[in-house]
Design a protein around this ligand. Sequence first.
Ligand code: ADP
Ligand code: MG
Length: 456
Amino acid sequence: MMESNQLWQAALGEMELSVSKANFITWFKGTFIEAIENNKIVIGVPNSFTKNWLEQKYHQALLKAFKRLTQDKISELEFHVSSRKKKELERPEEEKTGGLTIAKAKILKTEEKVCPTDGLNQRYTFINFVVGKGNELAQAASLAVSRKPGEVYNPLFIYGGSGLGKTHLLHAIGNEVKKLHPDKKLLYVSSEQFVNEFVNAISTGTTNKFKNKYRTPDLLLIDDIQFVSGKEATQEELFHTFNELHNKKKQIVFSSDRPPKAIPALEKRLVTRFEWGMIADIAIPDLETRTAILEYKCKEKDFPLRPEFVRFIATNIQNNVRELEGALNKIIAFTQLRNVEPSLEDIKSIISSIASSPKKGALTAKQVLNTVAAYYDIKIQDLTGACRKKEWVTPRQITMYLMREEMNASYPSIGREIGNRDHTTAIHAYEKIKKAVNENEKITEDINLIKQRLYN
Ligand code: ADP
Ligand code: MG
């Protein structure tokens, strides 16, 4: 069987695609393959907390990855608390990879350099952010803000779909400010962290400490602010934090997966404030940008990939830069494991295992409308019309759900496609169907059948 470190790197490469970066680092840091005994693999983990968590959340996914990577030679997986920390994950090796010149290729970019005081990850800079159609406004605004924090757009609110570079830009702003204005005090947090710390501060009676932390930086970066949705006490605190910083002309930057108005259960006064400065969206990159990003990542990882392969990958992975990078990591892992250059067939099969199906981004609203209408045997006018007849309402909501799920369409654009409805209607429809997908077999089956039609 392949060398255990390589196997672990490859398995982590797979996990990385489906796990958020924060979780990935939290849970897989300091893990390694401790032993492989016949068909059982034992993963060493640094503490029992991590052990429990991995067992509960990632056991199945990991086992699946191992099965795939070893052609089913592994059928059991165990976690074991072990003090032999970090080694494997943190030093991706200069292993003997035979004649190939890719020994230095870094499958994992997990040597995350996160500064403990300001939360900034040095890895994300403007230099390694590829600019193209779709992200140029957000990049330019970010750059402007880091040149003159607090002076140009305050707040800066960046929104866009998952894996399109929001977190990257937030860190890039922070790193640039750190470089240009070393005297300034910075703080990067996810909104989850903000929420958790606040809740904690209340329960331990340390709200003054909390306030001091969040109301004193010259630059506050809060990632994924949509998570404060519905959390009233936190929103209240955020409101005061915002006011105080803004009054003092301190720069605030938010990211979100949707525009302020489309965040459900968000206080009006916060929506208003989020809109005070500049709102910049990041859209799915076009083919040219995707190609440029991939070429850049190949260089960064020291991994030569034929131009026709680069093109093929960029053509087929359309929605998400994280997936683009994930595909490349998989290809690198593949190459290192087999010690041969992958063929186009290999690349095709690697790509087809990436989360969103290759054809995804190619779908149009019209195709979704046509397919849903045909499936339910109703007219498009009825699907997009105003009548709330029951036979039409569910198909209408399913259409909106599919546009979101399969096309990554924004809520406002979905609203427009479905008879010029408000984006809140689209959100409501999406949430409703999403919930139904787990509970209602009929709807689940309908959606699956419609999807089959969409992609065939
Ligand atoms: P988001 O926060 O929007 O979900 P991230 O910022 O985490 O997305 O980006 C996902 C991955 O894609 C990161 O590794 C990031 O460095 C990379 N990435 C995204 N956009 C770009 C870009 N324009 N140039 C280079 N890398 C990018
Ligand atoms: Mg992010």
